[in-house]
Design a protein around this ligand. Structure first.
Ligand code: SF4
Length: 258
């Protein structure tokens, strides 16, 4: 097995563990990864192995490709349950992200009105006003928060240097019901350090933060595909279920994908 890279600007439909039959919008080039994180578990691989100089798809190209794909799916009676901004990196890095989200909503309304629109974001740019506004327009604003421990974030998610989890949490509290939190749990080690975030030391402060955010839902999951870093292990189903129970005990809707 090896890491994967997606077509651009449209890929799929794919069957998502969390969103059902999902058509992907990839606002990054098909030839590499562009992200403000470089997670050691990223299914697209390490940034250094996926460097690209290709340009991003334009707003017009995304609009045309999405319309064409939905028309062709409708002609074969295939309706996506969801249209997700995801792919080879961080979708909110596209300079026309706000405008493209608005286009996608109007195209969805025209050709697949029952499909939800989701954005999978690492959360690094949610303090930007225009990105923030775009995320409030979609049905599922799904923000990554694997832990609240900055050392763990530096070791595992590896954001660019400006990332400050406390500022991100303040914005997530403002989102409240308008966001879904997505958190990856795993065990194993990387470069001699444990990357196990399933223990109480990590789960309890994270849970306390989730309770202050009050998101609409929390999706917990674990590694599903090959990872660029060796030594990472899936969290057990039992540990994911235990985290879900803790969330539900606090009245927070939660699901686990193993
Ligand atoms: S945020 Fe997502 S795309 Fe970016 S490195 Fe992490 S897993 Fe990969």
């Amino acid at each position: 097995m090896s890491t994967i890279i997606y077509d651009s600007p449209i890929f799929g439909p794919v069957h998502s563990r969390r969103l059902g039959i999902s058509l992907g919008i990839n606002l990054l080039p098909a030839s590499g990864k562009i992200c403000s994180f470089d997670c050691i578990y990223c299914e697209c691989g390490f940034r250094k192995d996926r460097l690209t100089k290709d340009r991003l798809p334009t707003r017009a190209e995304v609009k045309e490709a999405l319309s064409k794909k939905l028309i062709s799916m409708a002609s074969s009676n295939q309706i996506p349950q969801d249209i997700t901004f995801a792919g080879n990196g961080e979708p909110t890095l596209h300079p026309d992200f706000y405008e493209i989200v608005k286009d996608a909503i109007s195209i969805r309304d025209q050709y697949a009105p029952l499909a939800s629109i989701s954005v999978l974001t690492n959360g690094n740019h949610i303090l930007n006003k225009k990105i923030n506004e775009a995320l409030l327009l979609v049905d599922n604003n799904i923000v990554k928060l694997d832990t609240v421990d900055m050392d763990y974030i530096r070791l595992v998610d590896r954001p660019n240097s400006s990332y400050d989890v406390n500022l991100i949490i303040k914005q997530l509290i403002k989102f409240g019901e308008n966001c879904v939190i997505q958190s990856l749990f795993m065990t194993g080690e990387y470069k001699g350090h444990s990357v196990d975030n399933t223990s109480a030391d990590y789960v309890l402060p994270w849970l306390e933060t989730i309770m202050s955010i009050k998101p609409r839902e929390v999706m917990v999951y674990t590694i599903d595909r090959d990872t660029p870093a060796k030594g990472l292990k899936k969290a057990s189903q039992e540990s994911l279920d235990a985290i879900v129970r803790k969330l539900e005990d606090q009245g927070i809707k939660a699901s686990a994908s193993y």
